[in-house]
Write a protein that binds this ligand. Structure first.
Ligand code: ATP
Length: 512
């Protein structure tokens, strides 16, 4: 069923110019995608929402745009050369490759579905008197399932932290995990695989320098920490935000744009005084959750997942997970990165990366709280939750993309009812009036019903129809996407209605 939803999202994304496979005429390149005409508009709107919520709404956050190429020592200092690995395992029969940790996590997710089923059954049996929390705490079968999950995940966390790959394999065997495709349990040993893409800088082979494509945008912020702090006269606590491409040679890149080899991140590094990081970590967890909830996709579709296994740089970490068509998965990470990165860069570069705190009257290396969200995953969240198939009262069906109007690719469609009698001229005038402030589309082809459907499918919040009455009363019909209600309004009112309903300002206001 959920696979069906994902399939629909993928074909809809292609049919309506959101996402194409990269180099499709050459049969594509795996896990690489291109954004089409509507895709880029939606993507830019997500970026604007994120960027303004960070940089414009916080006086102590500024933005930068660092290069993708960085000095190769950056990645030694950050730990990526030595530790940016995924444990991989191959199935000897199917020859398919998997991430060993993901196999265990998927196994646990299946047990969690069993728990959900028990809850569902009990809710039916007990009716109104059902107490879910109590049930989860006391039902023996549920408790057993929970224990199974906990045991598996904590053992995985321990063996990965100890780099005990033999034990990871043993765990997979003991849990009886089979290849999801072939059902075979014939596994190779687990090996570590570095995820960074290498490339070369320089014209001749012997003088060329080995470079990496950045696997995260964060390091571009860290190496510029002092540049920004000094030139911007920033006082701690303050943040640096960045949106940019990152590259990872993912072992298994599946699930459409959820896991790509080239993707975009929106990251904030927030610099704080030592020993204050936990307070800011908690604060950013809440701030980021509010940013998501403001999009109206339903509180029940988000949850925090606190990490058991912490990355080498972190002293606390949580994911905001979203209910994708294939279940709850990481959408955003919030990490307390300690002073690890700046300390490492100070050591490897030999340059002091310290901040003088005039209130404390001391110099220190700041601590960092990071929020890091994948732009493409956010895109997938919006597309997969927003896409609805609806039965209409007249027996027909429509496919509609219900996303918050401020993020919709096209804000309004301007539709002359027919192509003559002066209607196109009025429509063009309305189009010219709106285009300075909003991305609008003029569309005169096909019946009005077909044009409505086309715009429902790309999530256009308003369709503005110009008909013969317009000639007499200077009014148009505005149809709202979700309710399909139609209202007659004066041409002179259109701009202010749009400003109220579809502007980024109205979305941002709720965050204050
Ligand atoms: P995962 O566990 O899913 O591999 P991660 O924990 O490695 O993700 P981070 O390093 O925390 O991810 O990166 C921050 C964010 O960047 C993630 O929350 C995700 O939204 C996004 N991201 C990471 N890898 C990819 C990818 N291959 N494709 C698309 N987005 C990604």
């Amino acid at each position: 069923m959920s696979e069906d939803v994902l399939k629909k999202v993928i074909s809809h994304a292609k049919e309506y110019g959101f996402i194409f496979q990269s180099s499709e005429i050459y049969d594509g390149l795996s896990a690489t995608y291109d954004y089409g005409q509507n895709g880029i508009a939606l993507k830019n709107n997500i970026k604007e929402y994120w960027w303004k919520s960070m940089v414009q709404l916080h006086e102590n956050i500024v933005g930068i745009d660092a290069a993708i190429f960085m000095h190769p020592t950056t990645w030694k200092a950050s730990g990526h050369v030595d530790a940016f690995n995924d444990p991989l395992i191959d199935n000897k029969d199917s020859k398919k490759r998997y991430r060993a940790d993901v196999l265990v996590e998927d196994y646990c997710a299946k047990i969690e579905t069993k728990i959900d089923k028990e809850v569902e059954k009990a809710a039916k049996r007990f009716g109104d008197s059902f107490d879910k929390e109590m049930f989860l705490k006391t039902n023996p079968r549920v408790l057993e399932y929970q224990k199974e999950i906990e045991t598996a995940l904590s053992r995985l966390a321990k063996s990965l932290t100890d780099n005990d790959l033999e034990d990871v394999k043993k765990l997979i065997e003991e849990l009886g995990i089979a290849d999801p495709i072939s059902g075979s349990r014939n596994w190779t040993d687990v090996r570590q695989f570095n995820l960074m893409f290498g490339t070369k800088l320089g014209s001749t082979a012997d003088t060329a320098t080995d470079l990496y494509l950045r696997p995260e945008t964060a390091q571009g912020i860290f190496v510029n920490f002092l540049n920004v702090q000094r030139t911007g006269r920033m006082k701690i606590p303050f943040g640096i935000a960045q949106i940019g491409k990152a590259f990872r040679n993912e072992i298994v890149a599946r699930q459409f744009i959820f896991r790509m080899r080239e993707f975009e991140q929106m990251e904030l590094q927030f610099f704080v005084a030592p020993n204050t990081e936990m307070e800011f970590y908690e604060k950013w967890k809440q701030t980021r959750l509010q940013w998501h909830l403001n999009l109206g996709m339903g509180e029940e579709n988000y949850r925090f997942h606190d990490h058991e296994k912490l990355a080498h740089y972190a002293n606390a970490a949580a994911d905001i997970e979203f209910n994708f068509p294939f279940g709850f998965k990481e959408l955003e990470g919030i990490h307390s990165r300690t002073d690890f990165d700046l300390k490492q860069h100070q050591e490897f570069s030999g340059k002091k990366l310290q901040y003088f705190d005039s209130e404390r009257n001391e110099s220190y290396i700041p601590y960092v709280v990071e929020t890091s969200i994948g732009l493409d995953r956010m895109f997938l969240a919006l597309l997969s939750k927003g896409l609805k198939e609806e039965q209409l009262p007249d027996g027909t069906e429509r496919t509609v993309l219900k996303i918050t109007p401020a993020l919709a690719p096209v804000k309004a469609a301007i539709l002359p009812l027919i192509k003559k009698d002066g209607l196109p001229e009025i429509a063009e005038k309305i189009f010219d009036d709106l285009k300075l402030d909003f991305l609008v589309e003029y569309d005169e082809k096909d019946s009005i019903g077909k044009r409505y459907r086309r715009h429902d499918a790309i999530g256009t919040p308003f369709c503005i129809t110009i008909d013969h009455d317009t000639l007499a009363d200077d009014s148009v019909t505005i149809r709202e996407r979700d309710s399909m209600e139609q209202k007659r309004v004066k041409i002179t009112e259109i701009h202010s209605i749009m400003s109220k309903e579809v502007s980024m300002t109205s979305l941002l206001k709720n965050l204050l």
